[in-house]
Design a binder for this molecule. Structure first.
Ligand code: ASP
Ligand code: MG
Length: 467
């Protein structure tokens, strides 16, 4: 779709020309060649006028390390030098005067970053962590605006903190949508008339002017919120895969790209493991009925996945998502028999620790709950403190090493034979927990981590054989 030039025949119901917000992920802005490919995607479709970029690949991971407590001044220096090397490796492709001015700007940002890192090692704070994490996007957006200019696109840098106002929950700040809308109308919309604006995903600013972040992978969400605020017509998420797949292609080579998928199905996929989109991305899109495209900036000619409200086909089985590192907590209390209020107390404890429950099943005297551990984290979300507090109410058992398999599709609660199709295919596997019925778009269950790949491969073969 992005190869289409805006022409007089393009339907444009609004008085303003149609607006696509295009978001480019870390691998798409990893080096000069990647950035140049993205710049051409933008140039080829003049609807792309607001560009939201992630940090260059690897930079945010370095910044996360930099924001941690146990880090020496030497390691800090090495990290900052590594970030500088990633950015200078891009700027060296410009003419020498542009390279020099960009490098001066990057050095200035990295000097600020050094100060934040030193402060952090003296006194660690979540506020300062967010200040540190924001530098990746600050660098990549400045460089990318220049890449656009180098191919004669009127690219201009814009600091998203002027419009992306948030609360002060550092690390997962909540955006004030009303402020975003009014600031966008005032400060951003006028610029979009004759410029291509390049701005940062992931970062915002609280009421006191401190930098905040929206959570890892949050650039997709930023782009979706900006599209909503500006009443944009489309959101394009450019990544390194040619759209959303029927399952993770690393698990089975039978996985294939999905051409079209509904909001409901895609939201289930984003929530249950398909790592392509930040799970919150589709909320603004669904609210305002904004179609979302997901494609590869490396191979734009291969097309991608369209996510929209109404799709032509609604197959029973659309995809299989897998999420690893799940914790299952079972709480058991004979007092629950014929009693009320027990669940409210359990959820009260979980709310106190800001733990979000994914799946729930209950029996007469026990309740099983699943939790998603952030990937790569060494410690389970369910800490000893949480367990101790729950133990005041009931018996508690905690199991780790589980994976959540989600079969996603349409009409899963209404069609016959769903359970049989799914479970017959994997009848030699122990299923630890099953959730079905709350949504017509999914059926989820837990299996042992070691069985997960086999289960997905086998299910994919069975459920998708005929499509
Ligand atoms: N740079 C941030 C991250 O790596 C945000 C993003 O890329 O979406 O998490
Ligand atoms: Mg991402």
């Amino acid at each position: 779709m992005n190869s289409v030039q805006l022409s007089s025949t393009t339907a444009a119901p609004k008085s303003l020309p149609s607006l696509t917000v295009a978001k480019f992920g870390g691998t798409s802005v990893a080096d000069f060649e990647a950035m140049l490919r993205c710049a051409h995607i933008i140039k080829n479709d003049t609807r792309n006028r607001l560009i939201v970029v992630s940090a260059s690949a690897g930079v945010t991971n370095y910044l996360v390390r930099l924001s941690q407590e146990n880090i020496s001044v030497n390691e800090q220096k090495d990290i900052i030098d590594n970030i500088r090397a990633i950015q200078f490796n891009i700027t060296q492709h410009f003419s020498s005067d542009i390279e020099a001015s960009l490098n001066t700007e990057i050095n200035r940002l990295l000097d600020e970053l050094t100060q934040h890192a030193l402060t952090q090692s003296l006194q660690h704070s979540a506020k300062n962590s967010d200040a540190i994490l924001a530098y990746g996007e600050q660098c990549s957006s400045r460089i990318f605006a220049q890449v656009l200019q180098s191919i004669d696109v009127a690219g201009e840098y814009f600091n998203v903190q002027q419009v992306m106002k948030t609360n002060s929950t550092y690390g997962k700040a909540i955006v004030d949508l009303n402020l975003l809308k009014s600031h966008c109308a005032q400060l951003l919309a006028p610029k979009l008339v004759n410029k291509v604006i390049v701005t940062q995903g992931f970062i915002g600013q609280d009421g006191e002017g401190n930098t905040t972040t929206l959570g890892r992978g949050g650039s997709d969400y930023s782009a979706a919120l900006l599209t909503e605020a500006l009443q944009g017509d489309n959101l394009s998420i450019w990544t390194d895969v040619v759209g959303i797949f029927t399952t993770d292609p690393r698990i089975t080579d039978q996985a294939r790209a999905i051409k079209e998928i509904s909001f409901g199905e895609a939201a289930e996929m984003a929530t249950f493991g398909a790592k392509i989109l930040h799970p919150a991305t589709l909320i603004p899109a669904m609210r305002c009925n904004i179609p979302v495209f997901v494609g590869s900036s490396k191979e734009p000619e291969k097309g991608g996945t369209q996510i929209k409200k109404k799709v032509d086909s609604t197959p029973t089985y659309r995809s299989i998502a897998l999420r690893r590192e799940q914790t299952l907590v079972t709480v058991k209390s004979p007092a629950m028999l014929h009693a009320s209020g027990f669940l409210a107390k359990v959820f009260g404890v979980l709310a106190k620790y800001e733990l979000s429950v994914d799946l729930v099943t209950t029996s007469e005297i026990s309740v099983a709950l699943t939790f998603d551990n952030p990937s790569g984290s060494t410690q389970s979300l369910i800490t000893n403190t949480v367990v101790a507090e729950l133990e005041q109410l009931c018996e508690v058992s905690v199991e780790n090493g589980l994976s959540l398999v989600a079969v996603i599709g349409n009409g899963l609660t209404g069609a016959k034979g769903i359970g049989q199709n799914i479970f017959e295919a994997i009848n030699d596997i122990n299923i630890r927990m099953i959730c079905h019925g709350a949504s017509a778009n999914n059926l989820c269950f837990l299996v042992a981590e070691n069985d997960a790949n086999f289960v997905v491969e086998k299910l994919h073969k069975t459920l998708f054989a005929k499509i």
